[in-house]
Design a protein. Structure first.
Length: 161
């Protein structure tokens, strides 16, 4: 993550901070267009690390809205695993939701937000959920998943940055 931080700083981003080892980056930029920032970051990563990865960028305001718009049940029950599935552009929300067409409400919930899906599932019954088959679906290549704890920690870091 140190090399990623340096590469992004050399690419023109300011006040770059990384959080855990899964590609979470907080930064400042004069560029406000998140699509342009996504292209910039993608090209820096491809050039520096030879990795063709998709990147999702949210402004601080957009991330605050993601947190504010979360359904009441998301992150609440400790017996469940709560994730945020972040869709990487270009994406089709309905196509992504279709992966979860046969939800079993007693063990899993998925609701669309702005560029994200809020997901909760009963961890003990993960193998019985439609989520257990997500990684075998082509749509999986267009999402990145963050836990509830990571999502809320990023929110706190953004607020203090």
């Amino acid at each position: 993550m140190g090399n990623l931080k340096t590469a992004l700083e050399n690419g023109g981003l300011e006040n770059v901070h990384t959080y855990i080892q899964s590609g979470n980056v907080i930064f400042k930029s004069d560029e406000k267009d998140t699509d342009k920032l996504s292209v910039l970051i993608t090209s820096v990563i491809k050039e520096k690390f030879d990795l063709p990865v998709g990147v999702a960028v949210f402004s601080q305001k957009e991330w605050q809205q993601v947190i504010k718009a979360a359904p009441e049940w998301w992150g609440r029950d400790e017996g469940w695993k709560h994730n945020l599935l972040i869709m990487i552009k270009p994406f089709d929300t309905q196509e992504t939701l279709a992966v979860f067409e046969k939800l079993k409400p007693e063990i899993e919930q998925v609701v669309a937000g702005q560029g994200v899906l809020y997901q909760s599932l009963l961890f003990q019954k993960f193998g019985q959920t439609s989520s257990s088959k997500l990684n075998s679906n082509p749509v999986y290549q267009r999402i990145t998943i963050r836990s509830y704890n990571t999502v809320t920690k990023l929110h706190t870091l953004l607020e203090s940055n």
